[in-house]
Design a protein around this ligand. Structure first.
Ligand code: FMN
Length: 191
C-alpha cells in the first residue's frame, strides 16, 4: 500500500499526555491537560509545554513563573480528559476530579498526588507562537512512585504504564521493544 499526502498537522506525532498543575492565587491551584509537552534539553533538564493564552492556566503559569508536569498512568485517562474539557475559570478541578494537592519542594504550584511522576519546573522562557505560547521550564525537582525507580535511584524502564495521545485519542504505551542502543547488540532482547 502506498502513502498519501494529507494536510500538514501536528497530529502525526504520538505524544505523551500530561496534566500541568499551576499556582492560583484565588483558589490555590488549577490543572490543565496538555498533549503539547516535550523534553527539550538534557542538562540542565528542561521541558517545554505549549498553552493557548486563552486558557485559564496560561496567566497562572506566567505569573507564578513555575508549574508541575504530572505524568498519568494509562488507567488515569479519564482524569486527564476531565482536566482537558473543563476550565478552572468556572470550577475547582481538584474537587471535581477528587484529586489531591501536595506541596512541592521547589515551586509554588502543587503536585497532583495521585499521578505517579511529578516534575517541578521553573519557567525560563516563553516564545509566542501563532496559536499556542511555548513555555520552557527547567525541571528543578522530580518525584516518582517507588515502583518506577530502580535500585540506583534512576527511573526504571522495565515497565511504562503511561498514557499516550494520538490524533484525538488516548492509548496505553504498548510492549517494550528494546533498550537504547540495542541495535548494536542482538542479544539485548526487549524483556
Ligand atoms: C488530551 C488533551 C490535550 C490537550 N492539550 C492541550 C495543549 O497541549 N495545550 C493547550 O493549550 N490546551 C490543550 N488542551 C485543552 C485544555 O486542556 C482545555 O482547554 C482545558 O479545559 C483548559 O483548562 P484551564 O482553562 O483550566 O486552563 C488539551 C485537552 C485535552 C483533552
Amino acid at each position: 500500500m502506498g502513502k498519501v499526502q494529507i494536510a500538514p498537522t501536528t497530529m502525526g506525532l504520538p505524544m505523551s499526555c500530561v496534566v500541568v498543575s499551576s499556582y492560583d492565587v484565588k483558589r490555590g491551584a488549577n490543572m490543565i491537560a496538555l498533549a503539547y509537552c516535550a523534553m527539550v534539553n538534557f542538562k540542565p533538564p528542561m521541558v517545554a509545554v505549549s498553552i493557548r493564552p486563552s486558557r485559564y492556566s496560561y496567566p497562572l503559569v506566567k505569573e507564578a513563573k513555575d508549574f508541575v508536569v504530572n505524568v498519568p498512568l494509562a488507567e488515569q485517562a479519564r482524569l486527564v480528559d476531565l482536566a482537558g474539557i473543563v476550565s478552572g475559570r468556572s470550577v475547582d478541578k481538584f474537587d471535581l476530579a477528587k484529586l489531591s494537592k501536595e506541596a512541592a519542594a521547589r515551586v509554588k504550584a502543587p503536585l497532583i498526588a495521585e499521578f505517579p511522576i511529578n516534575m517541578e519546573c521553573k519557567v525560563l522562557d516563553t516564545v509566542e507562537l501563532p496559536t499556542h505560547n511555548l513555555i520552557i521550564g527547567e525541571v528543578v525537582a522530580l518525584h516518582a512512585e517507588e515502583s518506577l525507580v530502580d535500585e540506583k535511584g534512576n527511573l526504571s524502564s522495565e515497565s511504562a504504564p503511561f498514557l499516550m495521545y494520538f490524533n484525538g485519542a488516548y492509548f496505553a504505551i504498548g510492549e517494550k521493544v528494546g533498550n537504547r542502543g540495542f541495535s548494536k547488540n542482538p542479544n539485548d532482547k526487549a524483556s
